[in-house]
Design a protein. Structure first.
Length: 191
């Protein structure tokens, strides 16, 4: 199959088919664009590998299980992985692929997930480690109330002012935050 695909693209410059599994030890930095139809049970592993800082590819297009794509996009409740990737990459869904399009048919629908590296990351590379620690401390805390997770680090007055500026109820759960609000909260609390 690889030989047939390479033969088809032989006259097109800058296209190279890498005959490796996307779940193997491929160095994504050698490619500008990555395409892959990944095993459904490896979606999170591959996504984590693709968005691991520093992100070195221009774009990545993966066929993934629909439910997994929406979790990675942070639909509903943002996952830790989605929040950590948000400042570095722009993730969108594309073509919907129904389960009957496969032979044999799969048990779930798929979607093409388009991951594009942000030309101007929303956070500097030097601040990313601190942002990552902040997100992990909030998401992994035993408490659901933001005021208990983040509030004790700052004065109550500052905490209330920051929440008011961002339109966040300080007594809400961190599960209510959007990915952009995590970034804004991080920036505001660093002042």
């Amino acid at each position: 199959m690889i030989a047939r695909i390479n033969a088809r693209f032989v006259d097109i410059p800058n296209v190279r088919i890498v005959p490796r599994s996307i779940t193997s030890n491929i160095d994504f930095g050698i490619c500008d664009v990555v395409f892959g139809n990944i095993p459904f049970n490896r979606t999170a592993d591959v996504f984590r590998k693709v968005v691991q800082p520093p992100v070195r590819l221009e774009s990545c297009h993966l066929i993934v299980q629909t439910e997994a794509a929406y979790r990675l996009l942070g639909s509903g409740r943002p996952t830790e992985m989605a929040v950590l990737a948000y400042p570095l990459v722009d993730v969108k869904t594309g073509l919907h692929i129904p389960r009957w399009a496969y032979r044999p048919a799969t048990s779930v629908d798929s979607v093409v997930l388009h991951i594009n590296t942000r030309t101007n990351p929303l956070i500097s590379q030097s601040d990313y480690r601190e942002f990552s620690a902040f997100v992990k401390s909030v998401v992994r805390s035993g408490s659901r109330k933001l005021s208990r997770v983040v509030g004790p680090r700052k004065s109550y007055a500052l905490w209330r002012r920051v929440c008011a500026e961002m339109g966040i109820n300080p007594n809400d759960s961190h599960l209510e935050l959007s990915m952009g609000q995590y970034l804004k909260l991080f920036d505001a609390l660093r002042r």
